[in-house]
Design a protein around this ligand. Structure first.
Ligand SMILES: O=C(CO)COP(=O)(O)O
Length: 250
């Protein structure tokens, strides 16, 4: 079975009630490829607003989740609370949380496991810094990040893996199609060797880092690129063109 194309929009800490309402309106009106799964991750404050007004075919995703179900954890939100609010997804492992918030591989793995056992699907992000790429450590870094998740998670059927090279995020420097394909293929090989051949066949591996309506068609042609995780461009009307990129996938 071919893997369903997947496009996520990560708004990060951007947007107001007005601008997010405009995005919802645009997505509700636009003709979207029905063969593509679409997931939107607004700031936590707006999750319920988006879930209430966005058409139900588009899923809603938290940008963060804690690794405990409830309790005295000021400022945190659990998978159980998200699931109760009909938020079906969470991001984990985004490089901005790894770098700015200091989240470790093992904490991210705990959060991923807690999200899955709380009933969520997860977009797990991995990727190398520029220094690591220049030191030829890309595959080592990415598989190390994946291995931390494997220690705490057996079932990968509700995980989408987002390869997001840190040097390509918000910089306008998109990975070349060859660079993206090479790492995606390495991740698929890792899944085959470390998880199962079914996981390797079925897991969506999406690319994130300066994806726009201009570069998405070419990236989407790569055999192991199953979609995108889009930051800045997901806030713009042209996000619709990225959602529809699969229509040009041969
Ligand atoms: O971090 C990203 C998505 O999670 C990518 O961000 P940009 O598309 O703004 O580079």
């Amino acid at each position: 079975m071919p893997r369903q194309f997947f496009v996520g929009g990560n708004f990060k800490m951007n947007g107001t009630i007005k601008s997010i309402t405009d995005i919802i309106h645009n997505l509700n009106q636009a003709p979207l490829d029905p063969g593509t799964e679409v997931v939107i991750a607004p700031p936590g404050l707006f999750l319920l607003l988006v879930r209430e007004h966005l058409k139900p075919e588009i899923e809603v995703c938290a940008q963060n989740v804690f690794d405990k179900p409830n309790g005295a954890f000021t400022g945190e939100i659990s998978a159980e609370q998200l699931a109760d609010a009909k938020i079906g997804w969470s991001l984990t492992g985004h490089s901005e949380r790894r770098v700015v918030l200091g989240e470790s591989d093992s904490f991210i793995a705990s959060k991923t496991a807690a999200a899955l056992s709380g009933g969520l699907n997860v977009i797990f992000c991995c990727g190398e810094t520029l220094d690591q790429r220049e030191a030829n450590e890309t595959i080592k870094v990415v598989t190390h990040q994946l291995a931390a998740v494997k220690e705490k998670t057996k079932d990968w059927s509700k995980i989408v893996i987002a390869y997001e090279p840190v040097w390509a995020i918000g910089t306008g420097k998109v990975a070349t199609t060859e660079q993206a394909q090479e790492v995606h293929a390495a991740i698929r090989k890792w899944l085959a060797e470390e998880v199962s051949t079914a996981a390797a066949d079925e897991t969506r591996i999406i690319y994130g880092g300066s994806v726009t309506e201009k570069n998405c068609a070419e990236l989407s042609q790569q055999a192991d690129v199953d979609g995108f995780l889009v930051g800045g461009a997901s806030l713009k009307p042209a996000f619709v063109d990225i959602i529809n990129a699969r229509q040009s996938k041969a």
